[in-house]
Every structure is written in structure tokens, then in C-alpha cells.
Design a binder for this molecule. Structure first.
Ligand code: DQQ
Length: 568
């Protein structure tokens, strides 16, 4: 079987006698190509990895309903291409022992090379919510490492293998171990997220054998940030500023290389967003520390993976394609009652390739290339002038299930309006507010008469430093339905004064809109629940509410085929 061919793999699966489970068809908010289980609640992605030709995704799941549960499990799905999935009926981990009886919380996988590199063996490190409602770290191994689907997992007899260091962190807030990596001394390292009052901490452990872990007071906390609350789901990984998009293996890299940097990603609990630090990881005979080049201050200069709803992300090194791929949970923005009625809650964003910009200052993200296999019915617009105050419908695609790439040609930046930062940050009606260059962009999941619309757009401003671009997703008119979280998500980034074009890619799928601005420099992911603009009644428009005309250099849009979700 060709591992990366979706069609081959799925027909093979059917031939092997696996039934295609019925996905409810009449729910407009269910997605067609985003990962979601058949039913019930899902949150964080856990332990993604590539093993024996198969991609694995574990995830936080409540088998008992569409709300967060008392006994969270690690559900498990497998794929040959990260797009078409088989949901395994057997949960990888479920509460069973005193050390995880109140829930198997988030964690990671690490693939160990055993017996001189020949055999590989994946291990899960996960958090157990124990009988005293303390959080401890546990280890699990596959029952049969030869099974590429790794269906069954065994918990280690020594669990819990790590308990909270008293005096340093709160015992009930000590969770979410990272993928482990090896230091120059050959010992394993892992980071566990923690909290002490309002201080978020990342705690570092060492181990010779992956079972017995030690805390070294000289390098702990590995990182601490005041004011963030619990540091959930830390992720620590190397990147290369060599100007390529190649990923770097978690532990197979040269730490002394001048092109290697490390990223420490933190799920900032108080803000429910993904913040990250870029810096140098020093690990030699004398010391071990992470020296970050930026800070997390809770202001607009902070680096975030996504400025919308995208949380508890987890990356892995995909050695089949030599890239780093990141997953993130996208929660619902409707009410709990709505979720119970739908019978499900939670999506995973499309897996993204992540790399560092060659300037070393921020991460870039882009939907994995495999997604493009679902594209069909391409429509294009080339060289069209979007006159000030106009809209233009993009016809010929299924607008509720689409992939849109557009490049806008900018007018002379010198004419841009001066940025009044206070006004921009407090104004909820950005899309209808006219500036000079912008707002211009897309109206997605729009009704024919535009009563419902979600605007994704740019506005260009002059600032004291040069020029900035405001990118927003405005949900305020996204639905006629009441009781929804409908706000505007925004971010501002500096742009080069010589910039002539700006690009936007937007993935639309029922109730999710994921946007990638300026080739993946900025991401905004949201959930919307239109009443009118669903299925065939959803439309897509381009708009320009600015005073200057803007040209569409090129637009390509596609309907997206449904991905396959099988049950086994
Ligand atoms: N979700 C998990 C925790 C983690 C949180 C529980 C983040 O382990 O800190 O489902 O969303």
C-alpha cells in the first residue's frame, strides 16, 4: 500500500472489512474535512506522532456526553495522510487506577530507539487525575509495538512516575508532559506544566531510563511567567533558521549549530490562547537553561500561534516528510445546551506545518499540503479591481465547504490612515468602518442578502515605526442566532514599506473558519453558527470598505470534498 495515498489507504481499509460509520448528515455545523469524532465532547490533541507508516492522533474525549467529563479518556485515531481517518473504537487510555481514576489528562508520545537504533518503541507520558484529585505523571507502553495501529496500551507498574514537587507548584495544577528529548549527556528530559498562584511554570525533569525521573533544583523552574495562571500543554521544540521549511527532530539536532533555535509554547490558561517564546536552549556540562529572546507580557506584542480560538496545541516531528506539524483544539462558541442538542462539541484545526521565519522572529504556519487533495471545482479571478465600497460574489464553489486563496494588490501605502490604536482595539464594528486602505477581504458563510456574514479582512495603517496591517475576523454579524459568543478577533503586525501585495488563505467548513494571513505569518481561527448561510445557502464574497480601490491580483477558490472518517 502507498502510505500517503488517501484513496489507496481507505479502499484497503474497507476491503479489510471495516465499516464506514454513518456520520449524521443533516447537521449544518458538523464539518466535512476537519477532524472530529462521531459524537460527544473532544478537546486537546494528545501525543500526535508518525509511527510505522501511520499517523496517530490521540485526543481528550468524554465517552459519556457532549460536555467535559468526569472521566476523560485518550481516544485514538489513525491515518495515512493526516486528512482521512480511522477512529479506533478502543480508547488508548481510560481511568482505571488510583493514579488516574478521575481522568487521563493531556500528554505526549516519545519514540525511543531501543537496542542500538534498530527497534523503535513509542511511550506515552500523560497526566493522571488521581484519587486525591492531585495531578501526577504516568507512563504507558503499547502492548504490541509491531501493530502499526498501536491499538492497546499498558500502564507502567511504577506509576505514578512523577508527582508534584511540593513547595514549587500546586499539586492539583501539575500536568501535560511534553514530548521528551535527549540532552548532550544522553539523559532524557521532559517538561511538565504547572501553576503556583498566578505564576505559570514549566518544570524540567531528567531520566536515564525513561521510568525514574529527577528534578534538578539548579535548572528549575525551567521557565516561569507571572500573571498567566496555569501553564497548560507546554510544547518545546527545535526549529532551524536556515531559510527552509524543514522541521528539526526533537532530539536529533546539533544544539551548538548557529541556525538552531528553540520554541517554548505555552497554553496561557487565563487567556485561553497559545503564546510562544523563541530562544536559545543551552544544555552543556555546566548549565541547562532556555534563554528567550521575546517576552510574554499580555499585550499586543506577544507572539501567539493563533489569534482566534485555537488552544492546547501539540506539535510533532513528521520524519516521513521532514516537517514539524502542529495540531490545535478549536472549541465551540455556542452554548452548552446547543452542544447537548448537537450531540458533540469540539474540533481539531487542520494540521499545520510550522517553521520559523528566516528572520528568526516569528513562526510561520500553513495547512499541510495533503489538504489540497480534497480540492475540486476551482474558480479563479485574475486582475480584478475591487472598487471602494464594493462587493463581488465568488460563484461556482460550495461556499460552506471551501478553500480560498487570494492575493490583494495594495495601493500606495503612503496614503494609509494613521493608527489610533485605542480606537482599533475597542471598536467591534471594524468591517463596516471605512478606513483609507481597507478594510478589504472576504465575507465567508454569508447569506445572499449579507444579513449574515463573517468578515475576514485587512486594514493598512501608518504608524510611528512605518506601516502596520490589522487583520481581523469579525463575528458580530456571523449569525442571526442569539446566545452566541460573537466578537471580533484582531491582531496587528508591522509590514515592510515596500510591500506591494498581501495574501489571505481561508478554510471554510460548516462552522469553522481558519484564516492564514500574509503566507502564514498570522492565523485566526473561529467558530460560526449561521442560521441562513448554511449548506447551499452559504455564499462567499470579496469586499472593500476602504476609500481606496484595491486590486485582486489573483484569487483561486475550490469546493472541498468530504474527508473519510471510518470507524474500527
Ligand atoms: N485540558 C486537559 C488538561 C489540559 C487542559 C484536560 C487544556 O490536561 O491542561 O482535558 O485544555
Amino acid at each position: 500500500m502507498e502510505p500517503n495515498s488517501s484513496n489507496d489507504s481507505s479502499s484497503n481499509i474497507i476491503n479489510n472489512g471495516i465499516k464506514n460509520n454513518m456520520v449524521p448528515q443533516n447537521q449544518p455545523y458538523r464539518t466535512c474535512y476537519h477532524f472530529q469524532p462521531q459524537q460527544n465532547w473532544m478537546n486537546d490533541p494528545n501525543g500526535p506522532m508518525y509511527y510505522k507508516g501511520v499517523y496517530h492522533l490521540f485526543y481528550q474525549y468524554n465517552p459519556d456526553g457532549a460536555t467535559f467529563g468526569e472521566k476523560m479518556v485518550w481516544a485514538h485515531s489513525v491515518s495515512y495522510d493526516l486528512i482521512n481517518w480511522i477512529h479506533l473504537n478502543h480508547h488508548a487510555l481510560q481511568p482505571s487506577h488510583h493514579y488516574d481514576i478521575h481522568g487521563c489528562f493531556s500528554g505526549s508520545t516519545t519514540i525511543l530507539h531501543q537496542h542500538g537504533q534498530e527497534q523503535q518503541q513509542p511511550f506515552i507520558l500523560y497526566t493522571g487525575f488521581d484519587e486525591k484529585k492531585h495531578q501526577v505523571q504516568n507512563l504507558a507502553m503499547p502492548k504490541n509495538p509491531q501493530d502499526p495501529f498501536l491499538r492497546e496500551w499498558t500502564k507502567h507498574p511504577q506509576n505514578p512516575i512523577i508527582t508534584a514537587p511540593i513547595g514549587l507548584v500546586e499539586q492539583e495544577n501539575f500536568r501535560d508532559p511534553t514530548t521528551a528529548w535527549k540532552g548532550s549527556d544522553g539523559k532524557w528530559r521532559v517538561i511538565v506544566g504547572a501553576r503556583d498562584g498566578d505564576i505559570g511554570k514549566a518544570i524540567l525533569y531528567h531520566s536515564e531510563d525513561f521510568v525514574n525521573w529527577e528534578l534538578n533544583p539548579n535548572n528549575n523552574p525551567f521557565c516561569e511567567i507571572d500573571g498567566i495562571g496555569m501553564c497548560e500543554c507546554p510544547d518545546f521544540f527545535p526549529v532551524s533558521i536556515d531559510g527552509t521549511k524543514h522541521g528539526v527532530h526533537d532530539y536529533d539536532y546539533d544544539s551548538s549549530s548557529s541556525v538552531i533555535r528553540h520554541v517554548l509554547k505555552i497554553s496561557y490558561q487565563n487567556k485561553q490562547q497559545e503564546y510562544y517564546l523563541i530562544g536559545m536552549y543551552v544544555c552543556d556540562d555546566e548549565e541547562e537553561k532556555f534563554v528567550a529572546e521575546n517576552e510574554i507580557r499580555g499585550n499586543s506584542l506577544d507572539l501567539k500561534l493563533d489569534h482566534g480560538e485555537f488552544y492546547a496545541s501539540k506539535s510533532f516531528f513528521d520524519h516521513a516528510k521532514k516537517r514539524r506539524v502542529i495540531w490545535g483544539w478549536v472549541k465551540e462558541l455556542d452554548t452548552e445546551q446547543d452542544d447537548i442538542h448537537k450531540g458533540w462539541a469540539g474540533l481539531q484545526a487542520i494540521p499545520r506545518q510550522v517553521w520559523i521565519h528566516e528572520n528568526g522572529k516569528w513562526l510561520m504556519q500553513w495547512p499541510i499540503e495533503e489538504l489540497e487533495r480534497l480540492r475540486e471545482n476551482q474558480v479563479s479571478i485574475v486582475g480584478h479591481k475591487l472598487v471602494a465600497g464594493s462587493t463581488l460574489q465568488v460563484s461556482g464553489i460550495t461556499a460552506s465547504q471551501a478553500d480560498v486563496e487570494v492575493v490583494f494588490e495594495l495601493p500606495d501605502l503612503e496614503s494609509a490612515e494613521w493608527l489610533d490604536s485605542k480606537e482599533v482595539c475597542s471598536d467591534k464594528e471594524y468591517a463596516s468602518k471605512s478606513s483609507i486602505i481597507g478594510p478589504f477581504g472576504l465575507l465567508a458563510l454569508a447569506s445572499k442578502d449579507l444579513t449574515e456574514q463573517t468578515a475576514i479582512f485587512f486594514t493598512i495603517y501608518r504608524t510611528h515605526n512605518g506601516f502596520s496591517c490589522l487583520m481581523c475576523t469579525d463575528l458580530t454579524r456571523s449569525s442571526l442566532k442569539q446566545d452566541l459568543h460573537k466578537t471580533t478577533y484582531a491582531t496587528i503586525f508591522d509590514i515592510d514599506p515596500s510591500l506591494k501585495t498581501i495574501s489571505l488563505r481561508t478554510l471554510i467548513d460548516g462552522s469553522i473558519i481558519e484564516s492564514f494571513g500574509e503566507k502564514g505569518r498570522v492565523c485566526i481561527t473561529n467558530r460560526v453558527y449561521p442560521l441562513l448561510a448554511t449548506g447551499k445557502d452559504a455564499h462567499l464574497f470579496l469586499f472593500n470598505n476602504g476609500k481606496h480601490n484595491v486590486s485582486i491580483s489573483e484569487l483561486n477558490a475550490w469546493s472541498m470534498k468530504r474527508a473519510e472518517f471510518l470507524q474500527q
